[in-house]
Design a protein around this ligand. Structure first.
Ligand code: PGA
Length: 255
């Protein structure tokens, strides 16, 4: 099985989401025996998407959450509120939130703890900016983000997804080479081994690549034994593209 996660970002109204999910359901059901498909719509679309996905084999994800369960936090949404809509996954620390909403490593750590407390699975996003890369700090940035996100967290009996998403590649239309994504996986695994010497890396932790994945390049990323799947933004908004990506993963895994 490989993950195919759709991050719809701030796109599609609830009505558009309904239409999209109906078409996706028509197309990708045959591939779900080898594809762990997850759709992460915006908050207002969660109710309708949750209803449509119920019993389909496609899981539901959210794009963000707050770290408290309830209280005076105007505009925020807690993991418990998301759980009510059968959300299983929550994207945490996406670079767009780190950059535009100024989410810090500390905030991301608190969100990770809250997601685990609610019994949900975080999709932790990590990745370097172009300037960090030019300064030769890429591996250091990735390792630091993983380490701080997991501070004070025990990974026993928990499921965790980590997506390596080079910030400069997101939305650029040009993904990194597979070797580069595989290198990042090794860096992330080393951090996990150092943090959790007894962790069984084959169980419970999945490492994905994200950044300009589409039907033309998904083959590289999902054929690699080091990568457990992909997190897709723009290309996931196109129903045909998304279905084609599911088909490619399915066919690849059959080989
Ligand atoms: P992209 O976005 O596929 O449009 O590059 C990926 C992401 O931000 O998760």
């Amino acid at each position: 099985m490989k993950y195919l996660i759709a991050n719809w970002k701030m796109n599609l109204t609830a009505a558009d989401s309904e239409e999209h999910v109906k078409l996706i359901l028509k197309n990708i059901i045959p591939y779900l025996s080898r594809v762990n498909a997850v759709i992460c719509p915006s908050f207002p679309s969660l109710a309708i998407v949750s209803e449509l996905l119920s019993g389909s084999g496609i899981a539901l994800g959210a794009q963000n959450c707050f770290w408290e369960e309830k209280g005076s936090f105007t505009g925020e949404v807690s993991p418990l509120m998301l759980k009510e809509f059968n959300v299983d996954y929550i994207i945490i620390g996406h670079s767009e939130r780190r950059q535009q909403l100024h989410e810090t490593d500390e905030m991301i750590n608190k969100k990770m703890q809250a997601v685990f407390r609610a019994g949900l699975t975080p999709i932790l996003c990590v990745g370097e900016t172009f300037s960090e890369r030019q300064l030769g700090r890429k591996d250091f940035v990735i390792a630091g983000q993983v380490e701080s996100a997991l501070k004070n967290i025990q990974l026993v009996n928990k499921k965790l997804l980590i997506a390596y998403e080079p910030v400069w590649v997101i939305g650029s239309g040009q993904a990194v080479k597979i070797e580069e994504a595989e290198h990042a996986v090794r860096v992330i695994k080393q951090v996990l081994i150092d943090l959790y010497p007894n962790l069984d890396l084959k169980n419970g932790v999945e490492i994905l690549y994200g950044g300009s994945v589409d039907s033309k390049n998904i083959n590289y990323f999902t054929s690699s034994p080091l990568l457990d799947g992909v997190l897709v933004g723009s290309a996931s908004l196109d129903v045909d593209e998304f279905s084609q990506m599911a088909k490619i993963i399915y066919e690849n895994l059959a080989k």
